[in-house]
Design a binder for this molecule. Structure first.
Ligand code: ADP
Ligand code: MG
Length: 302
């Protein structure tokens, strides 16, 4: 094939993918759809010189007078894997809504690194600055192949967009191949995403998030509905991201939390945060949190 024909082929493929993306619905939450495809300013990289990736300070969110978050304060270090637990209604999802710009709080402050004021940015801008969010339900393009899903996500990469690089270059296919391996879908690139198991769809969506090279990943109940084996492999995946990414993982599955806390970079003591009634009830080593009377009373002891 001549270079011209190759280019035509690439253009057609791109137009096809763009059309598919526009035509498809991407699940219920709309969160990812909301950040996909919008032009996002990527100026101003996050400043983490002080070692922090996220500073949530004294945040209050009220719904008709009910405080879903009540003076919530939470700091996350660069490269940290933070587990957050707590009963239903504690405010865990609302906290993620505030960090990602879906909900604006009544009061408080939230900074990404030391320089990016999250409360001043729109949801799509926050995604563009490098905060990726995984909702509870898998939201992948069911009709496309696993490979095409990752390819689409790559095209939405904030840096790829910024450098106006359009073609799927060799290094990009390498990146997709690497991602397939990382998310345990090495031999499934050609499969239709809709045919994957629930757990595999969750991994694919995590892969799609990672293609956009987020600095901070928020994962809301990522192993709900997974088999035991899928849950273990998800723990391995998150542990392999620790250090190069910062992660906030909300989960009820205490076995999974134990795997995250005890695996990976063990020299670093991992912190577990317990949310209750919109505030931090306890924070510290898993064993200490599990022994905390108030935590047992409101959550673990049920
Ligand atoms: P969690 O994720 O810890 O289970 P949520 O953050 O989803 O808790 O919810 C915290 C509280 O805020 C719950 O009582 C919930 O009913 C309430 N809530 C969350 N979102 C809204 C909303 N949009 N309108 C009214 N109440 C809400
Ligand atoms: Mg929730």
């Amino acid at each position: 094939m001549t270079p011209d024909l190759l280019e035509d082929g690439a253009k057609r493929r791109e137009a096809y993918l763009a059309k598919q993306a526009a035509a498809l619905t991407i699940g219920e939450s709309g969160g990812q759809a909301a950040s996909f495809g919008r032009v996002v300013s990527s100026t101003g990289e996050v400043d983490t010189a002080h070692g922090g990736i996220l500073y949530v300070d004294d945040i209050t969110v009220s719904f008709d007078g009910f405080r879903a978050l009540n003076k919530l304060t939470l700091n996350i270090a660069v490269g940290e894997l933070r587990c957050i637990i707590g009963p239903n209604g504690a405010g865990k999802t609302t906290m993620m809504d505030v960090i990602t710009g879906k909900t604006k709080p009544d009061s408080g402050r939230a900074f990404f690194g030391s320089n990016i004021d999250l409360l001043r940015l729109r949801e799509s801008e926050i995604a563009g600055r490098g905060i990726g969010r995984k909702f509870q339900k898998p939201t992948v393009f069911e009709q496309l192949s696993v490979f095409e899903n990752l390819e689409l996500a790559l095209k939405m990469d904030r840096r790829v967009r910024a450098s106006l690089m359009h073609k799927l270059s060799c290094s990009n296919s390498d990146r997709i191949a690497e991602m397939l391996k990382l998310i345990h879908l090495k031999d499934s690139g050609a499969r239709t995403a809709g045919d994957l198991s629930h757990g595999q769809k969750q991994w694919l969506e995590i892969g799609m998030l990672l293609m956009q090279d987020p600095k901070l990943l928020l994962l809301d109940e990522p192993v709900a509905g997974m088999t035991d084996e899928e849950t273990e492999r998800t723990a391995e995946l998150f542990l392999s991201l620790e250090g190069t990414h910062s992660l906030i993982v909300v989960e009820h599955d205490m076995k999974f939390i134990g795997e995250l806390v005890n695996g990976g970079q063990r020299e670093k003591k991992k912190i577990v945060t317990v949310l209750h009634e919109g505030s931090v009830l306890a924070e510290g080593a898993l064993a200490d949190v599990q022994a905390n009377e108030r935590v047992v009373e409101v959550y673990l002891g049920r």
